[in-house]
Ligand binder design. Structure first.
Ligand SMILES: [Cu+2]
Length: 136
């Protein structure tokens, strides 16, 4: 009887490990992937970002791909993710980054706070601002 219950416990443990591994495989760490096209003149002729509003989940990693639709050599530097439109209060550990035509700049961060933030060129003297909305 003891031996049988011992075997049962081992079987249960093995099933538990198997279920655990299966769940881990089904839910790899989610990365929220987004692309932004930064432009001084595409579209309505006004400087903008396409899209100009992006929404992400809090506490999940984000991978943001950036490219510019402007003329070769027109480099946007710095582009800042900030709590203010001017780009004076960078958030989520992201340093000012370059956005260039013909080259994808990848920015990775984890938003640790909900609210509305700004992906802004205003420090670069370009009137280009997108909203980054971080939701629960
Ligand atoms: Cu710029």
């Amino acid at each position: 009887m003891r031996k049988a219950s011992g075997i049962l416990l081992v079987l249960l443990a093995l099933v538990g490990v198997w279920v655990g591994l299966s769940i881990a495989q089904m839910s790899p760490e989610e990365v929220q992937q987004l692309s932004l096209i930064h432009s001084l003149s595409v579209g309505q002729g006004a400087p903008t970002v396409f899209p100009d509003v992006v929404t992400v989940r809090v506490n999940k990693p984000v991978r943001l791909y950036n490219i510019s639709a402007d003329k070769p050599g027109e480099i946007h530097d710095p582009v800042v993710i900030s709590s203010d439109e001017l780009g004076k209060n960078p958030v989520f550990g992201v340093r000012g980054f370059k956005v260039e035509p013909g080259k994808v700049t990848v920015v990775e961060f984890t938003p640790t706070q909900t609210g509305t933030f700004f992906i802004t060129h205003l420090q670069h003297a370009h009137p280009i601002v997108a909203k980054l909305i971080v939701k629960d």
